[in-house]
Design a protein around this ligand. Structure first.
Ligand code: NAD
Length: 344
């Protein structure tokens, strides 16, 4: 199997090289992202390996298919950047459903602690020998209510971490998990009662701009919002307005709606053109990290291992129903994998 590996970063190469060599898979590492302009670079390859900000829309899928690609191997969990309907019947799509939910949940808590206790400001102050505490007051997490939206692998671990801090957890999920022991409520109750709201659901048509003006209006004054899931779960205008009118007391953003051309790149020598991001970054109660919640050694190793295993299985014709996705998979009554072990 020959793989075109898009959007390569230095930390991807060692793990993927090791596992691919063991599996007899040939990988060409490309720095460019996958999009309509670059899809032809995959001509003659069997598989493209892509990450969160590569684009596999219908036009890209057509080009990949025409060039001989039969597999898209996502080296991440989310697959909102792939048009799975366009892929159906042509290109099999695989992902890494879990590589370290702990990595993401722990980063969400790190951001919450950072924003709440102003660690980002304190760090800069003490480096300049400014030992003043003015403006650094936070609040105890103990006894506060956290609303967890999406109680899959990451959301449940984040809920457990919050319980460890003595927080009360309210949960919302479209498909509640009765075995989780969580207290499920509807979204308006999450918005009205939570001191902290953390997003852990996938980005779908339904969850796009889940946090919008209407949601913000229902929230408790001072609420801290954490998004380690996907940027477009939050309407950025609503977030900025919510912070300006002081309903939202803090924002912890590992993802951002328009991150695709910025995140993962060194933009320090450029004038960033995204005024909304610049506005957010200028606010003292906002911490932005560059989609790094997944970035632990354990996660990188699991990502490389599972992704190469997906490639090896696909090449040998072995099904991998737990990692293959298609648009039918989200339609529980019509998922063909149940019967055939493969989406088509
Ligand atoms: P998961 O599939 O285990 O859980 C997702 C949960 O969301 C499920 O319980 C599902 O029922 C629920 N859900 C689906 N539709 C919903 C809706 N409309 N409203 C509310 N809940 C809904 O996924 P996970 O492994 O916990 O990952 C969650 C998300 O985290 C992923 O979709 C991905 O976008 C994001 N993620 C981010 C990073 C990062 O580095 N920042 C890394 C991995 C994953």
């Amino acid at each position: 199997m020959k793989v075109a590996f898009f959007d390569t970063k230095p930390y991807d190469v060692p793990g993927f090289t090791k596992y691919a060599q063991d599996a007899g898979i040939e990988i060409k590492f490309l720095e460019t992202k996958l999009n309509e302009d670059t899809a032809s670079l995959a001509n003659g390859f069997d598989c493209v390996c892509i990450f969160v900000n590569d684009v596999a829309n219908a036009a890209v899928v057509e080009k990949l298919y025409a060039g001989g690609v039969r597999m898209i191997a996502l080296r991440c969990a989310g697959f909102n950047n792939v048009d799975t309907r366009a892929c159906f019947g042509k290109i099999h799509v695989f992902r890494v459903p879990a590589y370290s939910p702990y990595a993401v949940a722990e980063h969400a808590m790190a951001l919450l602690l950072g924003v709440n206790r102003h660690i980002h400001k304190a760090y800069l102050r003490t480096r300049e020998f400014n030992f003043s505490l003015n403006g650094l007051t936070g609040f105890d997490l103990y006894g506060k209510t956290v609303g967890v939206i999406g109680t899959g692998k990451i959301g449940r671990i984040f809920a457990d971490i919050c319980k460890g801090f003595g927080m009360k957890v309210l949960a919302y999920d479209k498909f509640p998990n009765p075995a989780s022991g969580l207290e499920y409520v509807e979204l308006p109750e999450i918005f009205a009662k939570s001191d902290v709201i953390s997003l852990h659901c996938p980005l779908t048509e339904e969850t796009h701009h889940l946090i919008n003006d209407e949601a913000v209006e229902q929230m408790k004054k001072g609420v801290v919002i954490i998004n380690t899931s996907r940027g477009a779960l939050i309407d950025t205008d609503a977030l900025i307005n919510g912070i300006k009118v002081e309903i939202i007391g803090g924002a912890c953003l590992d993802v951002y709606e328009e991150e695709a051309d910025l995140f993962y790149e060194d933009m320090s020598g450029h004038i960033v053109q995204d005024d909304k991001l610049v506005r957010l970054m200028a606010m003292p109660n906002v911490i932005v990290t560059s989609h790094q919640a997944f970035l632990t050694q354990e996660a990188l190793d699991n990502i490389a291992n599972t992704t190469v295993s997906n490639m090896r299985k696909f090449a040998s014709g072995e099904p991998s129903p737990e990692t293959e996705v298609c648009y039918h998979c989200s339609r529980k009554d019509d998922c063909r994998k149940e019967r055939h072990q493969k989406c088509f």
